[in-house]
Design a protein around this ligand. Structure first.
Ligand SMILES: [Zn+2]
Length: 180
């Protein structure tokens, strides 16, 4: 792939591949440093570019639901927190509360679904990254373990985000059942 620009972007952990701009952005540290973690992150982002090139379905699905997810994130928060507060204050009736909570929980489930679909996309990008780094000899045998560790640690943040979303979903379900 030679038509993907690689640009430096300020900030920490701001590294990403933009599928719309078809461009790779690396944080200053990863753009300039000569370290195994910089190599790992850069290759991971390039892995997302390869996913797009190969029409990797989970990436396309994830991209497609970004606008819906952004809306669902905002709307679910207002509906869930708002209706729980209004019910607590006695402003709305139990039936109204139940209906609003169901709507909010469905919207929040979309957010959790987004986190769930992010996992295979991220693991696959790291897999592609390692494959290319080893195949092209950019990382030697003794460095492979360190690169894998960097990429696995990055993937764990997405696991944590999914667990958090699922726990929040369970929390709102329990609130909905309690205050009926
Ligand atoms: Zn990624």
């Amino acid at each position: 792939m030679n038509n993907i620009p690689v640009e430096e972007i300020p900030g920490n952990l701001t590294d990403h591949f933009d599928p719309k701009k078809r461009a790779l952005f690396l944080s200053s540290a990863n753009f300039n440093e000569r370290s195994l973690s910089a190599v790992g992150v850069a290759a991971h982002e390039a892995g997302h570019a390869l996913q797009q090139k190969n029409g990797y379905a989970p990436l396309n699905f994830r991209m497609a639901i970004v606008p819906v997810t952004n809306f669902a994130t905002m709307a679910s928060y207002f509906i869930l927190a708002g209706s729980a507060t209004l019910r607590y204050m006695g402003v709305i009736a139990g039936a109204t509360f139940s209906h609003l909570m169901i709507l909010g929980i469905i919207l929040f489930a979309i957010v959790a679904l987004f986190q769930a679909i992010t996992l295979p996309v991220e693991y696959d990008a790291s897999h592609r990254a390692k494959e290319q780094l080893f195949r092209l000899g950019l990382v030697n045998v003794s460095e492979r373990g360190a690169v894998s560790q960097v990429l696995n640690a990055a993937a764990l943040t997405y696991v944590a985000a999914l667990v958090t979303a699922l726990l929040q979903l369970l929390y709102w379900i329990s609130v909905a059942r309690d205050r009926r």
